[in-house]
Design a protein around this ligand. Structure first.
Ligand SMILES: *Cc1c(COP(=O)(O)O)cnc(C)c1O
Length: 379
């Protein structure tokens, strides 16, 4: 089955009782048992819910995995994955990680005795240098947020195999339309479904996808024990969003490309971050592991002044200033004061995230309107 057909059909069955083609919202907390243990696989909705099951199956199919698990947010998915570790274990991750992931690693799990190392994972040599006998996991995010760096997933998986480590790939920015990390040797795929997967800025949810029964069991145990599961209405919304994932992503990529090229040729722009440029440091890896380059574009104005960036952000008409990304509408953000404010300034600057950087989530509007908006705001 090709991707678009999968997005619409895979993992989803018509409702067995009515034949409803769309998965019903099973708004129930519990299920009747005729005698103790005599049930249809559903006992309590924290553990299983039919709407969630359909979504989990659809996600597993899209990522070429065998098991999908949904969580009440992307951060709850991150939380569940790290809870597989024990005090003394170490994780290596990238130094321009999503701010929320950086925060839960350093401000929550570090207190439980898990150690995190942050390095430029764009260069695989940096990873090898940090591996020791306590290392248990490589946490990969690619493309990264907001600098759009690219990390070689297969290269990470090769290192992990040598040292018996788990590779986790946060696939939020790429989605399985652009890359399927399990096919490249990753063990665990993590998503904020809040972004492109849901796609309509109307739901907060996360997911984990694996292709190993033992990992699935461990994660399902944590999902049920800790209880950060989404409700059936939210699962329905994401199921609905997934059906147009391929159409939306195709347009996000087209618009992203045009915006990146427009900015690159603009006299007031200093630098544009987009993995589709031939001069991007890991463009060749991006070409190898991704089908296209996505709808996220970041840029810095000439002079790198915060007040200039703020003026542009205020003047945008269609690029709405808001946290989040990946919805049908175009958004803009100022990472230094918004999504990445939880990362200390020196750390941010070291990673190359300058104070005036503007991040765009290019939506699926008509490109002429988006380019006109950029022109009038940057002007
Ligand atoms: C948004 C995001 C998350 C966190 O997901 P939530 O649904 O907001 O909890 C994690 N990783 C990346 C890359 C994100 O963009």
């Amino acid at each position: 089955m090709k991707f678009g057909t999968k997005a619409i059909h895979a993992g989803v069955e018509p409702d067995p009782t009515t034949g409803a083609i769309m998965t019903p919202i099973y708004q129930t907390s519990t299920y009747v048992q005729r005698s103790p243990g005599d049930h249809k696989g559903y006992e309590y909705s924290r553990t299983h819910n039919p709407t969630r099951t359909q979504l989990q199956n659809a996600l597993a199919a899209l990522e070429n995995g065998t098991h999908g698990l949904c969580f009440s947010s992307g951060m709850a998915a991150v939380d569940a994955i790290i809870k597989m570790l024990k005090p003394g274990d170490e994780v290596i991750s990238t130094n321009d990680l999503y701010g929320g992931s950086y925060r839960i690693f350093t401000k929550v799990f570090q207190n439980y005795g898990i150690k995190f190392h942050f390095t430029d994972m764009g260069d695989l040599k940096n990873i090898e240098a940090l591996v020791n006998e306590n290392t248990k996991m490589l946490w990969v995010e690619t493309p990264t947020n907001p600098l759009l760096n690219i990390i070689d997933i297969k290269g990470c998986a090769d290192i992990a195999k040598k040292h018996n480590l788990l590779v986790v790939a946060d696939n939020t920015f790429a989605t399985p339309y652009l890359q399927t990390p399990l096919d490249l040797g990753a063990d665990i795929v993590m998503h904020s479904l809040t972004k492109y997967m849901g796609g309509h800025s109307d739901v907060v949810m996360g997911a984990v996808i694996v292709n190993d029964d033992d990992l699935a069991q461990q994660l399902a145990f944590i999902q049920n024990s800790c209880g950060a599961t989404p409700g059936p209405q939210d699962c329905f919304l994401v199921l609905r969003g997934l059906k147009t994932l391929h159409l939306r992503m195709e347009r996000h990529c087209q618009n992203g490309r045009q915006v990146a090229e427009f900015l690159k040729n603009h006299p007031k722009i200093e630098k544009v971050y987009w993995p589709g440029f031939a001069e991007h440091a890991n463009h060749e890896i991006a070409k190898k592991q991704m089908r296209d380059f996505g709808g996220m574009v970041s840029f810095v104005l000439k002079g790198d002044k915060v007040e200039d960036a703020v003026r542009v952000l205020e003047k945008f008409e269609f690029f709405t200033l808001a946290e989040s990304l990946g919805g049908v509408e175009s958004l803009c953000g100022h990472p230094a004061s918004m999504t990445h404010a939880s990362i200390p300034r020196e750390e941010r600057l070291k990673a190359g995230l300058s104070d005036s950087l503007i991040r765009l989530s290019v939506g699926v509007e008509d490109i002429e309107d988006l380019l006109a908006d950029l022109e009038q705001a940057i002007g």
